[in-house]
Design a protein around this ligand. Structure first.
Ligand code: ADP
Ligand code: MG
Length: 140
């Protein structure tokens, strides 16, 4: 299995509860390395651009409002099969369906305020990483 990268976002519900370190500990325990990280407060327009693939979904407006409601921490995670590994550590979108020990099981408040974002494919990971980071900011 190749070492690859994925884009992670610690969402406003989690930064608000001061969970950045607790969530990062879960990534590191799973063998994912944080090779870039920054805290920023997205505008609603920036959140909308990031989630443009969901523009037709009924929860799009709610999602963009939530993602702009407080600080987020954008990160690049690196490791063996990083996209799939991170999705495993995150758990299911709906915390009620997430496995024990996952970030969403432990920390998510609801299907919307679910503490973390993770890319869903290597192709999207490359697009999402480029949305937040320049090559110079990623140090593996
Ligand atoms: P994931 O984040 O697990 O990849 P999706 O890509 O399907 O999930 O959805 C993106 C984000 O939109 C979710 O993480 C969640 O914050 C929000 N979301 C998804 N489904 C719903 C829903 N039914 N109601 C409200 N928000 C939702
Ligand atoms: Mg998704």
């Amino acid at each position: 299995m190749a070492v690859t990268r994925t884009l992670s976002i610690i969402k406003p519900d989690a930064t608000k509860r001061n969970l950045t370190g607790a969530i990062n500990a879960k990534f590191e325990a799973a063998g994912l390395r944080i090779v870039a990280q920054k805290r920023l407060h997205l505008t609603k327009a920036q959140a909308g651009a990031f989630y443009a693939v969901h523009a037709e979904r009924p929860f799009y407006d709610e999602l963009c409002t939530f993602m702009a409601s407080g600080p987020v921490v954008a990160q690049v995670l690196e490791g063996e099969d990083a996209v799939a590994k991170n999705r495993e550590v995150m758990g299911a979108t709906n915390p009620a369906q997430a496995d024990e020990g996952t970030i969403r099981k432990e920390f998510a408040l609801s299907i919307g305020e679910n503490s973390v974002h993770g890319s869903d494919s290597e192709e999207n990971a490359a697009i999402e990483i480029a949305f937040f980071f320049s090559g110079l900011e990623i140090v593996g």
